[in-house]
Design a protein around this ligand. Structure first.
Ligand code: HEM
Length: 162
C-alpha cells in the first residue's frame, strides 16, 4: 500500500468508530442477498443479535488503526482464523467478502466514497485478506499433520530400549 492510501484509511477511523456497525450490518444484508447459500455457513442468531456485525466492525476498525503495522494484530487474527478454519472458510471466499465490503463502503459513504478512497480500501482489504489466508493455511496444515506415534501401553515405543 502507498503512504497516501494509508493516510486515506486513517482518515476513515472517526467514521468507522461512529458508523462501523451500520456499515457491517449493511454488508451482511448485501452478502446474504447476493450469496444466500452463505446463510448456512454463518450462525444467523449472531446476525439477529448484532454480535457478528459488531465483531466485524471492531476488526475493521482495529485494522484501520494499525494499518502502519498490521502484524501487531496477529494474535487477534489468529483467534479469528481458528473460528474460520473450524467453519472451513477457504481462500476463494475472500474475494466475495471483499467485493461486498467495498460495495457496502461505497453505498454507506455515498459521495464521500471517492475513487481514491475505494482504491485505498481495496488495497487494505487485499493486504488483510492475504494475512488471514496465510494464518489460516498454517492452521489447516497443522490440523492435517500426522499425529505422533502413540506410546503403547506396554511401554517405550523404541524397541523396548528404555
Ligand atoms: C478480512 C476479512 C475478514 C475479517 C476481518 C473477518 C472477521 C471475522 C470476525 C471478527 C469474526 C468473529 C470471530 C469470533 O466470533 O470469534 C468472524 C467470524 C466469521 N467469519 Fe469472518 N472475517 C473475514 C473474512 C471472512 C470470509 C471470507 C468468510 C467466508 C464467507 C468469513 C466467514 C465467517 C464466519 C462464518 C464466521 C462465524 C460467524 C458466526 O457464525 O456468527 N469471514 N470473522
Amino acid at each position: 500500500m502507498t503512504t497516501d492510501q494509508k493516510q486515506l484509511i486513517k482518515a476513515t477511523i472517526p467514521a468507522l468508530k461512529e458508523h462501523g456497525v451500520l456499515l457491517t450490518t449493511h454488508f451482511y444484508q448485501r452478502l446474504f442477498t447476493h450469496y444466500p447459500n452463505l446463510k448456512t455457513v454463518f450462525d444467523m442468531a449472531n446476525q439477529e443479535s448484532g454480535r457478528q456485525p459488531i465483531a466485524l466492525a471492531a476488526a475493521v476498525l482495529a485494522y484501520a488503526q494499525h494499518i502502519d503495522n498490521p502484524s501487531v494484530l496477529e494474535p487477534a487474527l489468529t483467534r479469528i482464523g481458528h473460528k474460520h478454519t473450524s467453519l472451513n472458510i477457504r481462500p476463494e471466499h475472500y474475494p466475495i467478502v471483499g467485493e461486498q465490503l467495498l460495495a457496502s463502503i461505497s453505498e454507506v459513504l455515498g459521495e464521500a466514497a471517492t475513487p481514491q478512497l475505494l482504491d485505498a480500501w481495496a488495497a487494505a482489504y487485499g493486504q488483510l485478506a492475504s494475512l488471514m489466508i496465510g494464518i489460516e493455511a498454517a492452521l489447516y496444515e497443522a490440523k492435517t499433520e500426522t499425529p505422533a506415534v502413540p506410546v503403547p501401553k506396554s511401554g517405550c515405543p523404541m524397541h523396548q530400549m528404555c
